[in-house]
Write a protein that binds this ligand. Structure first.
Ligand code: SME
Length: 146
């Protein structure tokens, strides 16, 4: 039920905001404690370019080649990536020393990958199937607003 309420609140932000991507990022970061850093990357050519983000620190990875890192893998395959323990995934591009797990959810429009939601957590195995389903819905809602 928790996610349903959050999903409805995000729908309202999308309907009302003039700064949709940043407001949704802020809302996710502020509402769900396990989400330690939240960002949206936008596909530009063969790269992912960092758009709105919220977290304690900026990432050095503001441009990621498609195919590189966990973010680039999700952009290449179009499939959500859930990494329970980033230390056991050699694709991982390090951003923050505190990060333990990560989820990357592609944003698609007419079957084409146009961006993605990237969330880091300071908790190991922070992202469950519920987070995956929830964030895939949010990615669908955002696809018209990239
Ligand atoms: N860890 C990501 C890079 C982006 S930062 O987490 C913000 C990756 O492996 O692609």
């Amino acid at each position: 039920m928790y996610y349903k309420k959050t999903e409805e609140q995000i729908k309202k932000i999308i309907d009302r905001s003039s700064c949709i991507l940043q407001d949704v990022v802020d809302f996710l970061y502020n509402t769900i404690n396990r989400y330690s850093w939240v960002g949206i990357y936008i596909v530009q050519g063969n790269e992912l370019v960092l758009g709105p983000w919220k977290g304690p620190n900026a990432t050095e990875h503001t441009r990621i080649t498609i195919g590189k890192g966990v973010c680039g893998s999700a952009a290449k395959t179009g499939k959500t990536e859930v990494v329970d323990d980033i230390h056991s995934d050699n694709r991982y591009l390090a951003c923050f020393v505190s990060t333990k797990s990560e989820i990357v959810v592609p944003i698609k429009k007419e079957g084409k990958i146009i961006g993605e939601i990237d969330i880091d957590s300071d908790k190991i195995g922070a992202f469950t199937i519920k987070d995956k389903i929830f964030l895939e819905k949010i990615a669908d809602m955002l696809s018209e607003h990239i």
